[in-house]
Design a protein around this ligand. Structure first.
Ligand SMILES: [Zn+2]
Ligand SMILES: [Zn+2]
Length: 265
């Protein structure tokens, strides 16, 4: 048993080379920090397969499958079919991460939009939620998402990076906001405002491991155990207890991804 309240890290990349052969140790350190469950995220076909495999062999892990906007060119008809295959596994709980990234802009925008749209159609078809990766692409995102929102399962804005007005629009479309470790950075006032003002029943916490380690681990390799620091900062922003924030965000993660609490030994 952990000394800390229960948390779920809703976004980690456990298949990345940073964790090669270390997943059991990463899970163990997460458990020590109260992190009872982790959602590991695919960014292309290969990593989605790996994520699904990690979930299959680890009781406390669930997975997502999707093609990240940086790999938008790779979405062929065959890839889409394979994605549907991977995503049909019970422990693959969402399509993602998918979206639009006009900050890094590594792929032409029309190709990003096409890749995003095809995967949104798939999410509706298989009735699973989406994990969105959206950077500096809000108007195109809202335009495309609004076409799907009525038929889409409640979905997640991963590593939310917009201001409060943008957060409000996401909330109005029925989406959850997932707060990353960035919220602990001193200059992240805009994200701190979002963490403060959003309804607690629509917030999630995530690491985006191995990236974006929260203070006091900033600059180091992130891991799911560190989501505790993010939850603590969210609680501080809201002037609520860590216990309250942990309990509600954990319940939100289970609701949105349809995952059950782990069996108590
Ligand atoms: Zn992302
Ligand atoms: Zn990610």
């Amino acid at each position: 048993m952990s000394l800390f309240p229960e948390l779920i890290d809703t976004h980690a990349h456990l298949d990345f080379p940073e964790y090669a052969d270390q997943i059991p140790a990463v899970i163990e350190r997460a458990l020590q920090a109260g992190v009872s469950q982790i959602v590991t995220i695919g960014i292309d076909i290969e990593t989605s397969r790996k994520a699904a495999r990690i979930a299959e062999i680890n009781a406390t892990i669930h997975a997502t499958a999707g093609i990240h906007p940086h790999g938008a060119f790779s979405l062929t008809v065959e890839a889409l079919r394979e994605l549907e295959n991977i995503a049909s596994a019970a422990k693959v709980v969402a399509l993602g991460e998918i979206g639009l990234d006009y900050y890094r802009d590594t792929q032409p925008r029309p190709i990003q939009m096409e890749c995003f749209t095809r995967q949104m159609e798939l999410a509706v078809k298989i009735a699973k939620p989406v994990v969105f990766h959206i950077r500096n692409a809000w108007e195109d995102f809202f335009r495309l998402a609004s076409q799907f929102a009525p038929s889409l399962a409640p979905s997640v804005m991963h590593c939310f990076s917009g201001d409060w007005a943008t957060a409000r629009r996401c909330l109005d479309m029925g989406f959850y906001l997932s707060i990353p470790g960035v919220v602990t950075f001193p200059k992240a006032e805009s994200l701190q405002e979002v963490a403060k003002r959003a309804p607690l029943d629509r917030l999630l916490v995530e690491t985006d491991s191995p990236y974006l380690a929260p203070v006091p681990y900033r600059g180091k390799t992130n891991e799911p155990a560190f989501v505790l620091h993010t939850a603590r900062k969210v609680a501080e922003c809201r002037k609520e207890s860590l216990e309250k924030v942990a309990a509600q965000t954990t319940q939100n993660a289970r609701t949105v991804f349809g995952i059950k609490a782990p069996m108590k030994e």
